[in-house]
Design a protein around this ligand. Structure first.
Ligand SMILES: [Zn+2]
Ligand SMILES: [Zn+2]
Length: 392
């Protein structure tokens, strides 16, 4: 691509990186079932004589030690696919019915392996250690925490952690990196409303949980519109309403189920408190009873300003300063957040869309695909980050 600066060793691995991506793409696997993918990663690492061991099921920790002593950095690549049936007509289309790499994690595996290959060949020039975290189950139930519990951040202690996502909201040739929060927390709530069932023609004899569910759903909308400071971000989405069995029966119960997103801890706990208060208050005003269950999901993903500056400088060497952008924050969530809660680091985005080639469908779409020209750029940025962080 014009304007992109790739070193000879990155150019040399580029065809293989594309081949790995296509291989992984054809064989997507669900969270903690990524055995073929893990085998492939291990085989590739063995071929370049990089130490690797399996941890937390299908996770892999690989280590490259530089020739000189120095700090330790972590490169994280998530490896799981999604339960989506691929609609792309491409030679490397998914061969697994109902499964697809619809988020681009196939690209994460390929670029991390490409970076491992290049960096293993440059051990002499590195002062310190690079740990690669090939992580299962990012799309759920979450593989980062089990890998942390298995000790990936210790021995040697990780001083800085980095993760990359292929990004179809950015054109190929652009890199996104911004300090502070980049992804939101994602928590789940379930509200069980109990009324008193009866005949659909006799509302005077019942307490209608469906009417209560409707009122609670509307009242929940005021959490985002009325509670946080107007410049703070929050999302409350009711994704499911269940209740009733027949048109002329008023049921005993109804259930709401939804997701909440926030970028900051105080907003996150405020949402939880408000959901409980509104559900219970509105239900009680209507004579019903609401029981609220809350499940903490991934916390917000927050970038360290200094490490973000390092990534931006590294990216500028590859794509030019003008193509390094502060992308929009998204209210999606990421379990790399658990790593970044424990060690400073940066989650950066690799522009991968190409509208001219029709490669700009959103992540998780059955037509998601990305421009493979982005892959060597990703490899090159990884090597530049390592060069800067492990400078002798
Ligand atoms: Zn995803
Ligand atoms: Zn993803």
């Amino acid at each position: 691509m014009p304007g992109i600066r790739l070193s000879d060793d990155v150019k040399a691995v580029a065809p293989d990186v594309v081949a790995i991506r296509r291989d992984v793409h054809q064989h997507p696997e669900a969270g903690f079932k990524e055995t073929r993918t893990a085998d492939l990663i291990e085989r590739r690492l063995a071929a370049i004589r990089v130490d690797a061991k399996r941890i937390a099921g299908t996770g892999i920790l690989a280590t490259i030690k530089g020739a000189k002593p120095g700090p330790t950095m972590l490169v994280r690549a998530d490896i799981d696919g999604l339960p989506v049936t691929e609609l792309n007509e491409v030679p490397y289309r998914s061969q697994v019915p109902g499964m697809m790499h619809a988020c681009g994690h196939d690209g994460h595996v390929a670029t991390a392996l490409g970076a491992a290959t290049v960096l293993a060949g440059r051990r002499d020039k590195l002062a310190g250690t690079i740990k690669f975290m090939f992580q299962p189950a990012e799309e759920g139930p979450g593989g980062a925490m089990p890998m942390i519990e298995a000790g990936i951040l210790d021995k040697p202690k990780v001083d800085a952690a980095f993760a990359m996502h292929m990004w179809n909201d950015l054109a190929v040739g652009k890199i996104g990196a911004r300090p502070g929060p980049v992804f939101a927390s994602a928590d789940e709530f379930t509200i069980k409303i109990t009324g008193k069932g009866g005949h659909g023609a006799a509302p005077h004899q019942v307490i209608d949980p469906i009417v209560a569910a409707a009122h609670i759903t509307l009242a929940l909308q005021t959490i985002v519109s009325r509670k946080p400071h107007p410049l703070k971000s929050a999302v409350v989405t009711v994704g499911q309403i269940h209740g009733g069995v027949r048109h002329n029966i008023i049921s005993d119960t109804a259930t709401l189920n939804g997701t909440c997103r926030a970028l900051e801890k105080p907003v996150r706990s405020m949402i939880q408190k408000e959901i409980r208060a509104i559900a219970k208050g509105v239900a009680s005003g209507l004579g019903a009873w609401a029981d609220v269950e809350w499940r903490d999901g991934y916390p917000p993903t927050v970038n360290d300003p200094e490490m973000t500056e390092l990534v931006r400088a590294a990216a500028a060497q590859v794509v030019g300063e003008g193509n390094v952008v502060e992308q929009d924050i998204t209210m999606g969530a990421e379990d790399m957040s658990y790593v970044l809660e424990r060690t400073p680091g940066c989650y950066w985005l690799l522009g991968s869309a190409n509208a001219k080639k029709g490669l700009d469908y959103p992540h998780h779409s059955a037509r998601f695909d990305f421009d493979e020209e982005s892959l060597p750029i990703g490899v090159q940025v990884w090597t530049k980050i390592a060069e800067r962080f492990l400078k002798p």
